[in-house]
Ligand binder design. Structure first.
Ligand code: SF4
Length: 732
């Protein structure tokens, strides 16, 4: 049975209704067709959802060569048998009309492209790259990506001498990973199952969903755990909380300082843990002992007695109590994000909950094998890191593994970047200031390896090389760990479930074609199946076993312990006084830092943003099913507090004009009591401006349109909520 598309099905259905008038060839026995389709064999293939960085394990059911359904893998620690709406939508994107169906070459400045063959694409891109690297040096090559679990680009960059592997994390959580690395030697994750009190600040597990996290949080609640959510918005997690406490946006640091002050001044902290495992406690206290809960209350708007009450509740249940380490919300978006993240570490250390049941644990991990090297040719010396991440005199404290992507347009203008590759990344929508980002088109060569007609491809790329859909490929394996505590690492991967209906390729095959045309022979001299086998070999797992189970859990290695804790920092302790900061001439301990901007006038608001549970930021905006949910829920609306709306004469559904220092746009308003009066809130999804993504085009606005591109000096993040907007009634 051949696959049948919805479009051809509708054509056939239309033909059938008028069959008498049509040629013999178009007559179809629908009864027989339906019976045959029903009887088709269903195969089940394991994969990993590509909807967000949770990589949820899924089973892909395939019937008649078409996607039948997907469901969560019960073993996988992030899905535990469940997937979210986004996961279903992203799977269906395999049939999305917004896909790029074959390699494309730009032919003019009006965003017109012509289809070309893969051979032509490889030859032209490979040879242009070679000429540019020979003329300007390999350090002018930049690979910009979402980041995560692929390394093929780095192998190529090692040979040409580029150190410029740059991820999107500056717009997401670069302050969090940076600060936890410097203070505690790496990330720690919450143990929901055994906690008695859970405090979530800037972390909405029901909006930026991890399905298993929500399952475990609700199970803990049903066992009696207390959930406190501090958020300017009545977010989805707040709906199941014991308490939702709205906070003035940008002042979470003050709230945290008030909690820390209460724990210390009321002698509620774990003195044994601090004496044994903390460096710099006295210095921290010396600089912050005037920052009382009363002072915190004046800044953050939460009553001092409530701050003390929360601190006492945490201390009472410690170590089975935690302040969740947070994510996107606070970790890249304020001038004080670094200090806010530092206080997060400090509060948890004062609770003494590291490696304790109901507290925090590091992620379990494992190491894969590698296929034997197949390239033995010359390797260029690495040139300087172009974005200055980790470079003395530029941004020495920024993690080079994350980078500073928002510098790239500027670096192109200065001639320091000549070749830009995008992989699974669309900064024209996901990074601040799209008009500034558009300058990327001025690089000598811009190549976009993305599967849809996104804005970055359309406005900046000279060539688009479409990667296939995740259901259409087998990949090297992933370690499944992190973000939520689980004692054992897991191993899983994507196995090819569907034949591609387009002329797209897996990244490995794209890199093979490009490097060969560049003149590098046999850099990736293996198939992905051989790579998979080599990776799993040392773990004693066969490819067949992984394919049968979809996800394999290793032995537990991260379990509660009371003695002999180790932290990979300069001092081997949790550093309240951060050695890396002192080395660069900063005060070692965090102290109060105000937000960068403040709304002042009657029609001014701070613009904040967040995820909706049915969309993955910008990557699902062109999905018909998820956009249907948006339509039903008026999901493109900007939230505004009801009292402020009344002052401005704004009612539910009214159009308003939102103006920042760089742009002015119109959007409809959702009036609610579930938002702090000082801010407006935009979902992070909408504002598609690629006309080739027809379903999302022109729907709502994007918060990034309003934010100037800034760089935090210590961790390189974008300060994405340091934006004051003026709201005036009226618009479209
Ligand atoms: S949380 Fe949802 S979108 Fe993310 S990987 Fe899991 S199923 Fe996919």
């Amino acid at each position: 049975m051949q696959p049948i598309s919805r479009r051809s099905f509708l054509k056939l259905a239309a033909a059938a209704t008028t069959a008498v008038a049509l040629p013999q060839g178009l007559k179809i026995d629908f009864q027989a067709f339906a019976e045959e389709a029903k009887a088709g064999e269903v195969t089940k293939v394991p994969s990993l959802c590509n909807g967000c960085s949770s990589y949820c394990g899924v089973w892909v059911y395939v019937k008649n060569g078409r996607l039948w359904k997907i469901e969560g893998n019960k073993t996988h620690m992030k899905s535990r048998g469940h997937i979210c709406a986004r996961g279903h939508g992203v799977a269906q994107n395999v049939y999305n009309p917004g896909r790029v169906t074959q390699p494309m070459k730009r032919i003019d400045d009006q965003n017109n492209f012509q289809p070309i063959t893969w051979e032509q694409a490889f030859q032209e891109v490979g040879q242009k790259m070679k000429a540019l690297v020979e003329e300007h040096g390999g350090d002018k090559f930049v690979w910009l990506c979402h980041g995560g679990k692929e390394s093929y680009a780095q192998q190529f960059m090692d040979i040409i001498g580029s150190d410029n592997y740059i991820t999107h994390y500056a717009t997401c959580f670069s302050a969090k990973t940076n600060i936890w690395q410097n203070m505690a030697g790496g990330m720690f994750n919450s143990d929901f199952d055994n906690a008695k009190t859970m405090l979530f600040v800037g972390r909405n597990y029901a909006g930026g969903i991890i399905p298993a996290a929500m399952k475990r949080i609700t199970q803990a609640k049903s066992k009696g755990a207390k959930i406190i959510v501090v958020d300017p918005r009545f977010c989805e997690l707040a709906t199941i909380a014991d308490e939702w406490i709205p906070i003035r946006p940008g002042t979470d640091l003050a709230f945290f300082l008030g909690i820390a002050h209460t724990l210390i001044s009321e002698d509620l902290y774990d003195k044994k843990f601090v004496a044994e495992y903390v460096y710099g406690f006295e210095e921290f206290w010396a600089h912050n002992k005037e920052f009382t809960a009363d002072k915190a209350a004046e800044i953050c708007g939460i009553p001092a007695e409530k701050i003390r009450e929360i601190a006492r509740a945490l201390a009472k249940d410690a170590p089975q109590a935690f302040l969740d380490p947070g994510y996107h919300g606070l970790a890249a978006h304020y001038q004080n994000s670094n200090e806010t993240m530092a206080l997060n570490v400090i509060i948890n250390a004062l609770l003494g909950n590291f490696w304790k049941a109901g507290g925090l644990f590091p992620a379990a991990s494992t190491t894969f094998g590698h296929p034997e090297a197949t390239y033995y040719g010359p390797v260029a010396a690495k040139g300087p890191r172009v974005d200055g991440a980790g470079v003395s005199g530029e941004y020495p404290l920024v993690e080079p593994s994350r980078g500073i992507p928002q510098r790239i347009p500027d670096l192109i203008e200065k001639g320091r970047v000549k070749i830009v590759f995008f992989y699974s990344y669309n900064p024209l929508r996901s990074a601040p200031e799209p008009e500034y980002q558009k300058k990327i088109k001025n690089a000598d060569l811009v190549v976009s390896i993305n599967y849809d007609w996104n804005e970055t491809s359309l406005y900046t790329a000279h060539y688009i090389l479409p990667e296939n859909h995740y259901l259409e490929r087998t990949e090297h394996p992933k370690v499944i760990n992190g973000n939520i505590y689980w004692p054992a690492a897991q191993v899983a991967t994507r196995f090819k479930a569907l034949e591609s209906t387009t002329s797209s390729l897996a990244l490995l095959d794209i890199m093979k074609g490009l490097t060969k045309a560049y003149g590098i022979e046999n850099l990736y001299g293996y198939t992905v199946e051989e790579e998979l086998e080599a990776a799993l070999g040392p773990l004693g797992i066969s490819v067949e076993e992984l394919k049968e189970k979809g996800c394999i859990e290793l032995m537990p290695t991260v379990l509660p312990k009371d003695e002999g804790l180790t932290f990979s920092t300069f001092t081997g302790k949790i550093e309240f006084s951060i050695g890396a900061w002192r080395k660069e001439g900063y005060l070692g301990v965090p102290t109060w830092v105000p937000p960068l901007v403040e709304p002042k006038n009657a029609n001014e608001f701070r613009l904040i943003h967040g995820k909706q549970p049915w969309h993955s930021h910008i990557m699902t905006t062109n999905n018909p099913y998820l956009m249907a949910i948006t339509k039903e829920k008026n999901g493109t609306y900007m939230w505004m507090n009801s009292s402020r709306a009344a002052e401005l004469g704004i009612k539910e559904g009214d159009w308003v004009t939102v103006t920042s220092e760089i742009t002015s746009k119109q959007v409809q308003v959702h009036v609610t009591e579930g938002l702090h009066p000082e801010c407006v809130w935009l979902p992070s999804t909408y504002g598609t401006f690629s006309e080739k993504l027809e379903l999302g085009y022109g729907q709502g606005v994007n918060y990034n349109d309003f934010i100037p591109a800034r760089i935090d000096k210590k961790t390189g993040h974008v300060m994405g909520q340091e934006c004051v907007v003026t709201i005036t009634k009226g618009g479209k």
